[in-house]
Design a protein around this ligand. Structure first.
Ligand SMILES: *Cc1c(COP(=O)(O)O)cnc(C)c1O
Length: 428
């Protein structure tokens, strides 16, 4: 029986609140509290939009001060001190130390907006229409982004044919049975292949929604090399894997890549505010003024929190080094947990890591058991067969271990290996 306004009035399109029906009223760091004060540990982090946890106090105070002083909140793409400070900080803290000379474009404020901008730009620059993307890719919900997304349910939602793109096999799609890029290399060289020469290839270095498939660095390097030889643009969609999620600011740094176009969103504001960037090499900046536009490209609250978050976490190596230790802790913990289930294996990279279960139902059951124990953790993959852990990057070791203990108990409960049901309540 429908009892509350969410069920009587809100569309059935909603998803996360179906698995996690609590009403969350407060949040701080890695924790959220429901209206009645029950505390939940958050290993979901807004699907990667909350890399520094909820309501980081220093960022929150900046927002409060900015509002109290009547700072400009909405500014289209006009100049504001907040935007200047963001651009200067991004240049100084992120681009220059990495020797990345990239133009910064503010598309609309979401991940799918930056993907749309990237696809448009790649087509405009090359004069070609076709885009290649990978099996199990996820790039967003608008039509262009959906056309390069793998998931069949989400694609059906478009309601029209999704054209001008083709899928190619992601790293290890054939479980090592096929040499890398065998098909791609061949069709690009064969003028009889019938595959139109693409404008660009769009890739995630770790497929966040598609099952935490993590590409090998060598595979990424070979892809970049192949595309360079064929004068095809490389777009890295770093919306989920970027902003530190995999251990460095950009997920492709370890591979030594300089993609032609980079999509950034989710955690760039540092505070869960809507913001996105499309980065591209200066010679690709062929836009006419206003050719790509949008009302919400000037979210000044996001600019100020983003600039401060970059300074706080990325101006030297200390945060990255600490994150490296936590990543090891998470991986070690998950490896021990996976031993409870024959055939289970670890997927992903960095703080975008999880457990792949041989029985696809196990992941969902584990997530449900975790919720009963006040832990938010989601699933990923075409059959939701992967339990996906995304704790805040600045989580304390103690909280990380607490969450891992709940995950372990939840896996045992989901696979029928936990004793008495009375043991099911986790300590708060
Ligand atoms: C979440 C995500 C998007 C879409 O971002 P939205 O803000 O939901 O539009 C695009 N690409 C990747 C890799 C994502 O994880």
């Amino acid at each position: 029986m429908a009892t509350d306004i969410f069920e009587t009035r809100e569309s059935q399109v909603r998803s996360y609140c179906m698995n996690w029906p609590a009403t969350f009223a407060k949040a701080s760091g890695p924790y959220q509290w429901t209206e009645d004060g029950t505390r939940y540990l958050d290993f979901f982090s807004g699907a990667g939009a909350l890399n520094y946890g909820h309501n980081h106090p220093e960022l929150r105070d900046l927002v409060v001060d900015y509002l109290a002083n009547d700072g400009v909140t909405h500014s289209m793409d006009m100049k504001t001190p907040a935007k200047r400070r963001f651009l200067e900080t991004f240049e100084r803290v992120i681009l220059e130390p990495r020797k990345m000379d990239y133009k910064v474009m503010f598309p609309g404020p979401t991940g799918t907006n930056t993907v749309e901008a990237a696809l448009k730009l790649a087509r405009k620059v090359t004069g070609r229409q076709h885009i290649l993307s990978f099996t199990n890719a996820f790039h967003g919900m608008t039509l262009g982004a959906l056309s390069v997304t793998g998931n069949s349910m989400k694609r059906r939602g478009a309601g029209i044919p999704l054209t001008n793109s083709s899928k190619i096999p992601y790293d290890d799609y054939f479980d090592g049975d096929m040499p890398d890029f065998l098909w791609l290399e061949k069709i690009l060289e064969d003028s009889g292949s019938g595959v139109d020469k693409p404008a660009a290839v769009i890739v995630e270095t770790v497929q966040g929604e598609g099952g935490l498939n993590a590409a090998r660095m060598d595979w990424l390097k070979s892809l970049a090399d192949l595309l360079r030889r064929h004068k095809i643009l490389l777009i890295v969609d770093d919306v989920q894997a970027g902003c530190g999620r995999t251990g460095r600011f950009f997920s492709f740094e370890e591979a030594g890549l300089y993609p032609d176009i980079v999509c950034v969103s989710k955690s760039i504001s540092g505070y869960g505010l809507a913001m996105a960037l499309t980065l591209f090499k200066p010679e690709l900046d062929v836009w006419e003024g206003g050719e790509h536009n949008g009302t919400f490209r000037g979210n000044n609250l996001a600019f100020i929190t983003a600039a401060r978050a970059l300074e706080l976490f990325w101006s030297d190596d200390s945060f990255q080094n600490q994150l490296g230790e936590r990543i090891k802790e998470l991986r070690d913990g998950l490896e021990k947990i996976a031993e409870h289930v024959p055939g289970a294996s670890i997927r992903g990279r960095g703080f975008l890591t999880g457990i792949h279960f041989p029985n696809p139902d196990t992941a969902g059951k584990t997530a449900a058991e975790a919720y009963k124990r006040n832990l938010l953790v989601e699933t990923s993959g075409p059959q939701d067969e992967v339990l996906k852990l995304m704790p805040a990057l600045n989580i304390e070791s103690e909280d990380l271990q607490k969450g891992l203990a709940i995950v372990e108990e939840s896996v045992l409960a989901a696979t029928g290996n936990l004793g008495e049901p009375s043991r099911l309540r986790a300590p708060r």
